[in-house]
Design a protein around this ligand. Structure first.
Ligand code: PMP
Ligand code: GLN
Length: 387
């Protein structure tokens, strides 16, 4: 993001949102839900504000939310979590950034599966560390890491491995065997594993999300990160968390206190209630998303020649237009926006510039189906004209 002249560029999500707006196109770019937050959560936040929860919360987070996160990890994954292992953050973004700054030394290497969420390289750069990428590529029926590249990437310089499952943008869901393989690499390198589990509830077709920390003999090596944003359709609330061994949590909190100190008192209280009680909203949200995924996939599958894989989880579907055009995804996305009225994110923007993975995905565009049913429907009209 930092250009050679020292200025900082806008995220690809901001750029593509402007592109869509400039042409009045349906914005299937940024993964920002087009349906609203659950009413009980909104009411709980409003109640908390009226009850005076309007000042700084404790640095570690409100005890009610800390308890709720520990309870949620136990209930969903059988992970035993004590209250000194939870830190509330300003979304998963702050959790990831604070964890990287706290745990990765300057000059260390961080292994990232590519394509990746764009906050990872920014935080790795801020830590003075180096990102080492491992491609996630199309395989029969989905996407999978290039294991040879993974094994080659692991070395004594590896300080951390970031695993995002369910994976943005491919919709891949890492199974237990894959997660254990990654963990074994971390053990070999004596490195941390940072899991980014923000799409933990948005898993389709009866498949299951696995929390790595619940399945290893050395859970203290794992820093688990998640957020309420996607699970409860409250991406703007920015309530996230870290689960890590007490001294690791304390180190991450030490960084977090100088990034934001604290945030979101009434929002923390509301999220605590929803998490603790096992609100039905995340599974309703998943089912409604699965329906929108179906509408978008059905439309895309009418376009002859393109490669469309069914995402197993998350907000996004990848479409490879390479068989249809020589244009790269940036040019093509702009033309589709102008001529067909819908916008996505070129996947190469979620890769290291010039990497073999970026080259592999040069004509691939990510479309988000977390938009409102009306928006998804409107996009299908444009897709039908492509067909
Ligand atoms: N990780 C991934 C993979 C994401 O897609 C996103 C966000 N959209 C985040 C982290 C950030 O989550 P939050 O909004 O809670 O900071
Ligand atoms: N994570 C969301 C996505 O991948 C967007 C978050 C952002 O705009 N930074 O689309």
């Amino acid at each position: 993001l930092v250009r050679p002249d020292g200025t900082v560029g806008e995220t690809i999500f901001g750029q593509m949102t402007q592109l869509a707006a400039a042409h009045g196109a349906v914005n299937l770019g940024q993964g920002a839900p087009g349906t609203d937050a659950p009413e009980p959560l909104v009411a709980a936040a409003a109640d908390a504000m009226r009850a005076g929860m309007n000042q700084y919360p404790p640095g570690q987070g409100f005890p009610a939310l800390i308890d709720a996160v520990a309870e949620q990890r136990r209930r969903e994954y059988g992970q035993q979590v004590s209250t000194d292992e939870v830190l509330v953050t300003v979304g998963a973004t702050e959790a990831l950034t604070a964890a990287i700054l706290a745990l990765v030394p300057p000059g260390g290497e961080v292994i990232v599966f590519e394509p990746f969420y764009d906050a990872y390289p920014a935080a790795i750069t801020a830590a003075g560390a180096t990102m080492v990428t491992v491609p996630v590529l199309p395989v029969d029926g989905g996407f999978a890491p290039d294991w040879e590249a993974f094994e080659a990437a692991v070395s004594e310089s590896t300080a951390a491995i970031i695993v995002n499952t369910p994976h943005n943008p491919t919709g891949a869901l890492f199974d237990l065997e894959q997660l254990r393989r990654i963990f074994a690499g971390a053990q070999r390198a004596d490195a941390w594993v940072i899991t980014d589990e923000v799409y933990e509830y948005l898993v389709f077709d009866g498949a299951e999300h696995h929390a790595l920390a619940a399945h290893v003999d050395e859970p203290e090596r794992v820093v688990s990160v998640s957020s309420a944003g996607k699970s409860f359709n409250i991406t703007g609330w920015k309530v996230g968390w870290v689960v890590a061994a007490p001294e690791v949590r304390a180190a991450i909190q030490g960084v977090k206190q100088f990034l934001t100190f604290t945030a979101g008192s009434p929002l923390q209280v509301a999220v605590a209630e929803a998490l603790r009680t096992g609100s039905p909203f995340p599974s309703e949200n998943r089912d409604s998303l699965a329906a929108r995924r179906g509408v978008l996939l059905a439309a895309l599958r009418q376009v002859p020649g393109i490669d469309v894989r069914t995402p197993r989880a998350g907000y996004f579907v990848l479409v490879d237009f390479a068989p249809l055009t020589d244009e790269d995804a940036f040019a093509l996305n702009e033309r589709i926006t102008r001529e067909y009225g819908f916008t996505g994110i070129p996947v190469a923007a979620l890769c290291r510039a010039g990497s073999p993975t970026a080259e592999h995905y040069r004509a691939t565009i990510r479309y988000s189906f977390c938009k409102s049913p009306a928006e998804v429907e409107a996009a299908t009209a444009g897709i039908a004209r492509l067909a």
